[in-house]
Design a protein. Structure first.
Length: 278
């Protein structure tokens, strides 16, 4: 078993595409991260590292990444590789501040990292990955959906930052240039009431026939009216109508979001944990 790290997203995609496609749902974050780098939709000037674990015959048997200065994100990895993966990232990205992955793997990586670096770990949040089953639209909700446009970029950035702060997500925040590019690509939506935006739902670049919803945000003053539920259902329907499977993540500490996603037809698949190193 050997570990390779590259900054070349194009080469990494070619090397890992077959492995990722075996369980694209679990690897949705890594797959979209690669696609955003290949399409140059990531913030400029921040180094990213893509890791693969290879068996003796050269076959890829595990993946992980550290994209855009964020924390390490783990894909499927052989259990014996977790310590050497932590060692590889400690050498290549010693400023890494956390890890996210399937609960057991994230816990093991965090333990190895802290032993190597002499730091402590703290669980920041847990999420549940859902995939869309039979879509059910909520009861009539006032207002309607529209795609975000150039004039909405500042609002989308503001709400994205508010969501990160409210959810205690680690930096960096989505940059205006990244949001502008994704709005221009038609992947950000707003729910309006009387011409006034009241909720935001976006989706990531589709990869391999799968699209992931997120971010989803409604300002506190606009909550309780079903806007996010209605808009999530609309965007999910639009993606499915275009022949895509759909998934999303929900914060386990937010029972409201978990409830509304189940209500419109999403089914739980995996649980993930995020640890910060202090």
């Amino acid at each position: 078993m050997r570990i390779e790290i590259t900054e070349d997203a194009v080469a990494y995609r070619a090397a890992t595409e077959s492995f990722l496609s075996r369980d694209l749902l679990r690897h949705t974050v890594i797959a979209t991260g690669i696609a955003n780098h290949v399409e140059r939709r990531q913030a400029a000037g921040v180094r990213s590292r893509f890791l693969s674990v290879r068996a003796a015959d050269g076959a890829v048997v595990g993946v992980a990444m550290r994209a855009g200065g964020r924390e390490v994100y783990l894909g499927e990895l052989p259990t014996p590789s977790l310590r050497p993966v932590a060692e590889a990232f400690a050498a290549a990205a010693p400023d890494n501040s956390g890890v996210e992955g399937i609960v057991a793997d994230a816990e093991a990586f965090a333990e190895h990292w802290c032993a190597l670096r002499g730091t402590e770990r703290r669980e920041l949040f847990r999420t549940r990955l859902f995939r869309l089953g039979e879509l059910r639209f909520p009861a009539a909700v006032e207002g309607g959906p529209r795609r975000a446009m150039g004039r909405d970029v500042a609002l989308c950035v503001e709400w994205s930052e508010a969501m990160h702060i409210e959810s205690a997500l680690p930096p960096p925040f989505p940059s205006p240039s990244v949001v502008r590019g994704r709005v221009a690509a038609g992947r950000w939506w707003l729910w309006e009431v009387g011409g006034r935006p009241v909720s935001l739902v976006a989706h990531q670049v589709p990869v391999g026939g799968l699209a992931r919803i997120g971010p989803v945000y409604t300002p506190p003053a606009e909550r309780g009216h079903g806007y996010a539920s209605a808009l999530t259902a609309h965007v999910s329907h639009t993606l499915r109508r275009n022949g895509l499977d759909v998934c999303l993540f929900a914060d386990l500490a937010n029972p409201t979001s978990n409830k509304i996603y189940r209500a419109i037809g999403y089914e739980a698949v995996h649980e993930f944990a995020n640890y910060v190193f202090e």
